[in-house]
Design a binder for this molecule. Sequence first.
Ligand SMILES: [Zn+2]
Length: 423
Amino acid sequence: MNKTLLLILSLALVAGVAYFSLSRDWQTPTLELTEATHVNKSVVATASDNRGLGEVCYFFDGKVDNQTCANADSSLSYALTVDLSKLADGEHEVCVEVADANQAFPNRAKLCRSYVLDTVPPKAVLESATRYMKRGGGAAVFVSTPERETNIHLTVGENQFRFISNAEGTRHFAVFAHPHDVEVADFKPMVVIEDLAGNTRRLLVGTVTRERNFKLDTLNIPQSFIEKKSLEMLNKEGAGKEAFLEMNETMRVSNRAKIKSVLSASQSSEPLWDGVFYRNLGAPKAQFAEHRTYLLDGAEIDHQTHYGIDIAGLAKMPIKAANAGVVIFAEYLGIYGNCVIIDHGGRVFTMYAHLSQMNTSPGLNVARAEVIGRSGNTGMAGGDHLHYATYISGVPVEPSEWFDSAWLETRIDDIYNDFKTEE
Ligand SMILES: [Zn+2]
């Protein structure tokens, strides 16, 4: 009798242990908190569990009695916004605790992280800026911030212009543009300063811009040109509208995207130019932002905007760098043919296209008026000429302004000198 009872009890014990072992949820919930050092409002606690979550609670600075809780109602993952807005600015420790939905044996997880709460927008002063500019042209601005700021840029609609800053991160200089495709009424250059916590300050730059008319031009495209260029640029036999559009549209779009990425990747330094930009010799042929209509056998087949100026001189004439800088590109690039791009610092770049010869390579420093190649007709060029373009950040601008010493001095260099002169 005793033996039977012992056996039954033993079996019951084994069954009980087995039941609890199998039904028990062994997994602890996982917990994450926003990864940042500085915040301005809130952080997010994200919890997840393989079988479902119960309560999620948070508290500040070890004050567990003042915790705030929410019930995750057995959901597998749950995001809880931890509101820091009632705390004073300064360093705070945020702790989050979570339990899974297991009623009998809840598994718990806890995570703490320290943040600097900063709700004060950065201070900034617009120290000086160009007073007058023209649509399609350039200007400059100098901004000071009493504290080191992490992110400062200037926007004009969709366009962004980058600043260069002093070592302390308290003085900032940018060259910017009135993009030719932005209407005068829509031109509102805005400096945006963002601190580590994500607080922002906006300053409207009061530079006055003026309207200007861009030239309209019509180009007759001979069939022989399309045939010749198809072989060179597409490496296949082509004729007619389709081959022309493959070069003038599809290829143009990808070439311009490439230029943008080359300019954006360049770590532009402080301005390297010294005095007015050199203009290569020759007759002006096409102007900046000229709007072109292309005709084939009298029919309109395409429209494009010309991002530079064309200069035609002697065939295969030596092409000189407009100013001191660093070569950042020297390659064959579709419609631009053999193409050299120079970074002049201050996020100002010049480009030389359709070259027959390139006598430089990326990484080389060049001096003002140093020979970098010879003119030609590679890419989308009918005859030997130089296509010369100027870019500010990624935006093409009127190159002629930079050939004018009075313009350069009053519109750009004066602002830069203010930036350089510590008071
Ligand atoms: Zn051109």
